[in-house]
Design a protein around this ligand. Structure first.
Ligand SMILES: O=C(O)C1=C[C@@H](OP(=O)(O)O)[C@@H](O)[C@H](O)C1
Ligand SMILES: C=C(OP(=O)(O)O)C(=O)O
Length: 448
């Protein structure tokens, strides 16, 4: 579903020191997976800390349409009564995944080996994103996609009546593709194998094991070889969702940039497959301390203490790090604009097929704010400056991360930065505005 109908312009102004504690919402990737695996399990799954952003709410509605019972018990506390592997019913209505690539791609995988059909659609952003990367491997199981030319939504997926297991090497580093293949493999006999030449976020493998599937991971010369034994009985679990490092990135980067700031950010996931931004910020000279490291809900977490860091220096991020920080490049570009020297982000072409073309969105927005950038198909280069003029209205292009990144820039630019539509922020970080205001950030509705 579309999270909002009319644009919500927002503005950020130069702010005094950010202080206090930032309670980040639950991880989006893990929240989607908790609902989907809960729906594919026998018995009851109890989730705490679920992200109640629109992307995840759309996945909850989809799981209901496939026959699971999904109930909100309290804030972030949800119950899923599953239908078991292979138990999805054919939905009576079109499945609208809104703005969410993760939602639609994982759900297509989850239904592809069940003999039912479902029609999927999304908002104007999602309906432009490539789906052949999913329907190609799902066809190997015996599923069939029918829809628009060019592999875009809306499309109908006809699940395989007699699925066969698959061995598939990922042609691009994508946890969504990996996860779709593994979820499809659940209802195929025999072993489904996914080979990923570059490691991507591993929440699906971790959580499948937690729900009782047999999953092995081998590091080989070809990359990570993930083997799933098909047709397990998944059993409902208790899932405690850790806080989202991709959402935490916004207040963390804001605190690094705004002079005199000191914030704490408790309980953020430090899964190594998600840690690239934090590695990069430390290399740039950021003052971030990871306190009280521990395991929560099967994921490594820590409490972050972040202090403003005036001497940040530009760095080069290598292509092999890109997957572990893929959603953080927009906000890293903002940090880079205020760092000494040049920051070169390599191996980032996947950014071109996110909610927007994020290389183009950042490049045009930063230029409008007075920052010098260079780009090619797979690289973004930002030339840092002591002070960014700002004073522009930037297009958020139905992309939550673009909107939040430019609002962070506005906190430290000479003149305010406006984003034409902050509505998409609700897809991943519904309480971004009050959370940032609570820290002392001057972010508000532009017409309010
Ligand atoms: O699997 C996931 O939960 C995600 C994988 C990434 O997408 P790709 O698989 O397209 O890289 C990431 O950008 C997205 O926000 C969440
Ligand atoms: C790319 C993202 O999400 P999705 O692919 O699920 O739309 C994101 O949250 O930055």
């Amino acid at each position: 579903m579309s999270a909002h109908d009319t644009p919500i312009p927002m503005v950020a102004r130069r702010s005094g020191p950010l202080k206090g504690e930032a309670q980040i919402p639950g991880d989006k990737s893990i929240s989607h997976r908790a609902l989907i695996l809960g729906a594919l399990s026998v018995g009851e799954t109890h989730v705490t800390g679920l992200l109640e952003g629109q992307d995840v709410l759309d996945t909850a509605s989809a799981m209901r349409a496939f026959g699971a019972t999904v109930t909100q018990l309290g804030q972030g506390e949800w119950r899923v009564q599953g239908v078991g592997v292979g138990g999805f019913a054919e939905p009576a209505q079109v499945i609208d995944c809104g703005n969410s690539g993760t939602g639609v791609r994982l759900i297509m995988g989850a239904m592809a080996t069940t003999p039912i059909s479902a029609t999927f659609t999304g908002d104007a952003s999602l309906n432009k994103r490539p789906m052949a990367r999913i329907t190609d491997p799902l066809a190997l199981f015996g599923a069939r996609a029918v829809g628009r030319q060019g592999g875009r939504l809306p499309m109908t997926l006809v699940g395989a009546a007699e699925p066969v297991p698959v061995r598939y090497t990922l042609p691009m580093p994508s946890a969504q593709v990996k996860s779709a293949v593994l979820l499809a493999g659940l209802n195929a006999p025999g072993e489904t194998v996914v080979i990923e030449p570059e490691a991507t976020r591993d929440h699906t493998e971790r959580m499948l094991r937690g729900f009782g599937a047999e999953v092995t991971v081998e590091e080989t010369d070809e990359g990570r070889v993930i083997t799933l034994k098909g047709q397990p009985e998944l059993l409902g679990q208790r899932v405690a969702v850790p806080r989202d490092p991709s959402s935490a990135a916004f207040p963390v980067c804001a605190a690094l940039l705004v002079p005199g700031s000191e914030i704490t950010v408790p309980g953020v996931s430090r899964n190594p497959t998600r840690d690239g931004l934090y590695v990069t910020l430390l290399e740039m000279g950021a003052d971030i301390v990871f306190e009280n490291p521990r395991i929560e809900g099967g994921e490594p977490v820590a409490d972050l203490r972040v202090r403003s860091s005036p001497g940040l220096q530009g760095v080069e991020t290598p292509p092999e790090r890109a997957a572990s920080m893929i959603d953080e490049f927009p906000v890293l570009s903002v940090v880079a604009a205020l760092a000494g020297g040049t920051t070169v982000m390599r191996g980032v072409k996947e950014l071109r097929v996110k909610e927007s073309d994020r290389i183009d969105a950042m490049a045009r927005g930063l230029e409008a704010c007075g920052v010098r950038i260079e780009e090619d198909a797979d690289t973004l280069i930002v030339h840092g400056m002591a002070s960014v003029p700002g004073g522009a209205t930037v297009e958020s292009r139905l992309d939550h991360r673009i909107a939040m990144a430019f609002l962070v820039l506005g906190l430290v630019s000479e003149r305010p930065v406006t984003v034409d539509d902050g509505g998409p922020i609700a897809t991943s970080f519904p309480l971004f505005e009050p959370l940032m205001a609570g820290l002392g950030a001057a972010i508000s509705r532009a017409n309010g």
